[in-house]
Design a protein around this ligand. Structure first.
Ligand code: 3H9
Length: 697
């Protein structure tokens, strides 16, 4: 039928086979192929039933996301799936891997579905700022009921094949060869005299249930949980049409709502986030044939929160890991910490006792560097002090086997200097985890001046094994994420001196979409964090680079945030809920007075510009210096490590969407008003003047 969809006949059974690597996305060639194949099978009198099966690692993973935003090509997916459902011969979709989005919509337009036990099905469109636009919002409720369909469509999370079986999304679980299982199932249907069974014609799961209540509850939940997002409310409206309108009109309503999502800026940002994450793992200058070393055993130096979090990441990936501590007491404490961390997951119900024991069995404690002689990678997570790092890396150099990767988790020190403590700087790389390391997805893979390609490729592979989003970065103070967040933190503190309050600034940035505002974040991490860095900066920075003082004054007064129950907010014992700190207004007044600033009311727009544009300007400098490979890598770092809202695409995408000329003009004004920190990045100036975007680079 075409290069990507073929039609075969096995007796009375037609087999439609899709082969469009890597994920059988439903691009135009697949849509055409499907339509032609199903039509041909329908027209062939020798065919009595049709089986749809996919080659490769997965069933269809959805519409081809690359086609969004381009002129649509006919046939569209809705037309294709409506045609499949309308067929008079029973059709069977055979699901393996993941049937997602348009893929599941094709499957539910087939009359029967069977799946491998390992398969998953879902409608993840909402994660791309969309809703299922090829009948998913009308057909899924007819299979599983409105409440469950709302859960699946609004969360976008897939379900397992066994749950799909229980819910009635699939009819049977199969094993072995997909085509053979599909043919056998179709033959059985024919033998039992079963014919076409159209999902769209069913109403049994819609009748006799208070669907309106389910819709109202989901609407309220969405308003509370994701107030700034465009597509979730529209997902709810589309599902509502499944029981308030006849099928044809419901499908029409779904199309209208899908169209609204398609043109929304949030859809563009979320699709950018999706592709950027995949792009980030690609290293431009890495030779294709670079070998990757095997990683079977790991070591971690330091059993503090960070070290233990990193050890847990290895254990979770099934890799045995040794934690080295300086004393047997510290070693035992580290193991206890690991057990406690797992214990919390057991309490929450996300881990079984059995799994806890299995993972703990992979973690051991040691006190002697000689015991690291068999590890393939070791990650240092000790105190951020060059003297301490020197001792650790000299010991690693002396004890680790040749070919072992020596990684540092440093967040601020010079990796090249650390590498120079060893006789094998080519084996040294940075693996910068974010706290808590076992939870946060981001991993900055820091590439030293002498890090070999092989070590870099292996470090990226380790990140993948640990299920991290790994982004390669170069060496500089703070690498990408922390270097940028420093600018953001500083500006938010300056805003306090100008007249803002923590409540107001946090509120504006939360409304922008950030998971947490800068002051709640400060309270969480502790106001003493970075004190040493700020003291060092005050001593070394030229006089025109002033730093705000509020943070240090509060830290000196013992207001360290959550750990002392008092910081920018007040916390009652045992609670993390921020309350107003009554001492703060006087502190803010005094700080403004000391700077000779008359406090004033700040607008939301101004707060966003001062904080987010500070990120953008620094991001442009980072790009220009080659510390990040591409602007989208910076976005990936911000989205996965700093709670930047995915629907804004990341700071660099956000800048592009506003227009670099506008951003540059504002940064020039800030430079005039607020001095040296705001010197515009030359790259930003150049792109703005040329009318280009970061994405054009
Ligand atoms: C939709 O269906 C709308 C409809 O309701 C209505 C239409 C009218 N398109 O993630 P991986 C690429 S919206 C194009 O690394 P994994 C990906 O970029 C869609 N390309 O693999 C990468 O390319 P490269 C709803 C796609 O094994 C390669 O495939 N569906 C698409 O870790 C491998 O991807 C979704 O949202 C696509 N749909 O995970 C599902 N999907 O090698 C999105 C992937 O050049 N996809 N690529 O970097 C996924 O969740 C994961 O890719 C999947 C595989 C779980 C399938």
């Amino acid at each position: 039928m075409s290069d990507v969809v073929t039609l075969e006949r096995h007796g009375a059974i037609a087999v439609v086979r899709v082969n469009n690597p890597p994920v059988n996305a439903l691009g135009i060639a697949v849509r055409e192929g499907l339509q032609n194949s199903f039509n041909a099978a329908e027209a062939d009198p020798a065919v009595k039933a049709i089986v749809l099966v996919c080659e490769g690692s997965t069933f269809m993973a959805g519409a081809d996301i690359k086609e969004f935003g381009k002129p649509p090509k006919s046939p569209g997916l809705p037309e294709v799936v409506n045609g499949i459902e309308a067929g008079t011969k029973p059709s069977v979709a055979v699901i393996h891997g993941t049937a997602l989005g348009g893929g599941l919509e094709v499957a539910v337009s087939c009359h029967y579905r069977i799946a491998l036990k390992s398969a998953k099905v879902g409608l993840p469109e909402v994660k791309l700022g969309l809703l299922p636009g090829a009948g998913g919002t009308q057909r899924l409720p007819r299979l599983v009921g409105v409440a469950k369909a709302l859960d699946m469509i609004v969360s976008g999370d897939p379900i397992s094949a066994s749950e799909a079986l229980e819910l009635g999304v699939v009819d049977a679980l199969i094993e072995g060869d997909l085509t053979a299982a599909g043919i056998a199932y179709a033959e059985q249907l024919l033998a039992e005299g079963k014919g076409a069974r159209r999902t769209g014609e069913r109403t049994d799961k819609l009748d006799g249930v208070d669907n309106a209540a389910a819709v109202a509850a989901k609407r309220a939940e969405v308003s509370k949980k994701t107030p700034g997002l465009f597509s979730p409310q529209r997902c709810v409206s589309a599902v509502e049409a499944a029981f308030t309108l006849p099928l044809a009109e419901g499908l029409k309503r779904e199309r209208e709502l899908f169209g609204e999502c398609l043109v929304s800026p949030q859809r563009a940002a979320l699709v950018h986030a999706f592709f950027s994450e995949r792009q980030a793992s690609k290293i431009d200058d890495l030779p294709k044939d670079t070998p990757v070393r095997e990683i079977n055993r790991a070591g971690v130096i330091g059993g503090g929160t960070m070290g233990v979090g990193i050890a847990i990441c290895f254990a979770n990936a099934g890799i045995p890991v040794k934690i080295l501590e300086i004393s047997s007491e510290a070693r035992d404490k580290a193991l206890e910490r690991a057990r406690d961390t797992y214990g919390m997951s057991v309490k929450r119900g996300s881990l079984t006792e059995d799994a806890l024991e299995k993972r703990m069995a992979l973690i051991s404690g040691i006190t002697d560097y000689a015991d690291l002689n068999d590890v393939d990678v070791v990650v240092e997570a000790v105190f951020e002090d060059m003297g301490v790092k020197q001792k650790v890396f000299e010991a690693l150099d002396a004890n680790c086997k040749p070919g072992a990767i020596l990684a540092s988790n440093t967040s601020s020190l010079d990796l090249n200097a650390i590498a120079a403590f060893t006789k094998r700087p080519e084996d040294v790389v940075g693996l910068h985890f974010f706290s808590p390391a076992n939870v946060m997805r981001l991993l900055e893979v820091v590439r030293g001046a002498k890090t070999s390609f092989e070590v870099l490729a292996t470090a990226m592979a380790i990140g993948k094994k640990l299920k991290k989003v790994s982004v390669p970065v170069g060496v500089c103070d703070g690498f990408v994420g922390n270097r940028m967040v420093f600018q953001y933190g500083r500006e938010s503190e300056f805003l306090l001196e100008e007249g803002g309050t923590p409540d107001q600034i946090d509120g504006v940035l939360r409304k922008f979409g950030l998971a947490m505002g800068p002051f709640a974040m400060r309270d969480l991490s502790g106001l003493d964090i970075g004190l040493a860095i700020r003291t060092r900066q005050r001593q070394t920075l030229p006089a025109e680079f002033k730093l705000p003082t509020i943070l240090d004054k509060m830290a000196e007064a013992g207001m360290l945030g959550q750990k002392t129950g008092k910081g920018f907010y007040l916390y009652e014992k045992g609670s993390r809920a921020p309350l107003t700190n009554p001492e703060l207004p006087a502190i803010l007044e005094a700080a403004s007075k000391q700077q000779g600033i008359e406090r004033r009311q700040l607008t939301d727009e101004y707060i966003i510009e001062r904080t987010i544009y500070a990120l953008i300007n620094e991001g442009a400098k980072i790009l220009e210096e080659g510390i990040a490979q591409r602007s989208s890598d910076i976005d990936v770092i911000y989205l996965n490590g700093y709670g930047f809202p995915a629907h804004q695409g990341g700071p660099m995408f956000y800048a592009d969407s506003i227009g670099l000329d506008r951003v540059y003009a504002r940064i020039c004004e800030f430079h005039q008003q607020h001095g040296a920190w705001w010197k515009p990045a030359p790259l930003l100036e150049k792109l703005a003047k040329e009318g280009r975007k970061f994405a054009d680079l």
